[in-house]
Ligand binder design. Sequence first.
Ligand SMILES: Cc1cc2nc3c(=O)[nH]c(=O)nc-3n(C[C@H](O)[C@H](O)[C@H](O)COP(=O)(O)OP(=O)(O)OC[C@H]3O[C@@H](n4cnc5c(N)ncnc54)[C@H](O)[C@@H]3O)c2cc1C
Length: 471
Amino acid sequence: MWIKESESNQKKKHYVAIIGAGVSGSEAAALLANQGINVMIIDQNALPYGKLEDGLPKWHRHLRDKQEVAIDAKLDHDNVRFVPLLKIGRDIRFTDLVSLGFTAVFLANGAWKDRPLPIVGIDDYKDKQLIYQNDLLKWYNHKHEPDYKGIQYDIKEGAVLIGGGLASLDVMKIMMMELTEKSLKKRFGDDFLVDQFEMEKKGLDKYLEQFDVKFSDLNIKSPTLIYRRQAKYMPLKQPQGGTQEAVEKARIVSQRILDNYQQKFHFNFIPEATPILFKEEAGRLTGLVLQKFETKENAKLVQIPGKTEVIDTEQVISSIGSIPDKIVGIPYDGDSIRTYGEQSAISGYKNVFAIGNAVTGKGNIKTAKDHGSLVTKKLMDTYLDVNSKAFDIELEAYNQEIRKKTDDRISRLFSDLFTSELPDNLTIDHIWEFSKLYQDKVGYKDYASWVSAHKPVRYETLIEEKKSLDK
Ligand SMILES: Cc1cc2nc3c(=O)[nH]c(=O)nc-3n(C[C@H](O)[C@H](O)[C@H](O)COP(=O)(O)OP(=O)(O)OC[C@H]3O[C@@H](n4cnc5c(N)ncnc54)[C@H](O)[C@@H]3O)c2cc1C
């Protein structure tokens, strides 16, 4: 139960606000709360979890469920106040939140905006012939829900996917599975039961065997993945260490990963090309003009002057990365949050820090969690007088790249912060009233019942139900 601070006989405590209740925000919340620090964690969505619900493709259900159980354990805590359905920058101004008087504000809002495809005018076709990855994933993860009200997409044969990272391979899987399901239904009827989780696990050929169908029988015009470099340079496998041997090894594995995906999901691949223009007919996007490149010694990529290729398509899907969605009041340099020091402390504020995907530039659960944890522990360790012995050991073992970004400079940044006055009782009461107001507005009573009431219907549940009806 949350105790109103002024009514409690506990000593005065720090009060931290966290924007974003995904992997990194909840990690920071737990670390602070376990040390007796008050935390208010805000999310624009009804549920916490962030990209676990809306980004990570739904077939990763075990990973998702495991991570969500871990987040629940972190947020269902006496010292944590979860405020759902409150979008900072839309429902309240960021500067108004900061001025409530928190000891610190953490920005753990992830990267929810797609990096725009750098072709002038192409965004006019967004959600028509052009689809961005974040929108596609939201649709794919939730379209089976009976009350889904978002945009409906229809994957087209011969579509073109621009990308190159692991996420773009997931997008290609979605495209191929959607086309295969559509084709099976055309062949066997709309009620034909297709289990995409089984299809994803087995790959298309093995999945189709049970219906005595070959992929070639379906006559699907496969989509094409376009990447600006050769397959071995795709960032699919990170080198284990900085040696040339490790780099070469990672390249071999990256090539192998792409080959396996292509073999299992039957898509085309065009390397060393990037779209520079689009074709349009009667107000519709009908194709892309690709600039061709060649790879020289030392992996140097060189444009081949005048060498272009036209690819006709009625659908383009862009999977070239995500950037933070801008919030008014936060300074940006281009697409990145403007920070001082290495990363993390946001320019113009002495007590606002960024954690997770938006800072690390890495798009996975581990780095989001580790970064949230690293910054928070450092903050507590140095300035809240809370000893965290595990920190040094962890730091030693920690990924060098992230470490560089969250190094000693953070100590200096936090030094002013936690030597300042603790929030007084009036401020604590004010913050408490604020969170209560927004919780009451949406009918939030307690964490467990709220989360359970808002968990969506799962695809696997629907498929199991259909399978048992078919028996
Ligand atoms: C296609 C795809 C495949 C992936 N596959 C894997 C995988 O196999 N393994 C893996 O480890 N990771 C994978 N990931 C990445 C992983 O899901 C993310 O890296 C991780 O969940 C990010 O955590 P985060 O806390 O930094 O950000 P997020 O999860 O994005 O959390 C940010 C939170 O902030 C909230 N928010 C944003 N703006 C506001 C605002 N203005 N006001 C209030 N709240 C706000 C959001 O609603 C969200 O809950 C994948 C991602 C994608 C897209």
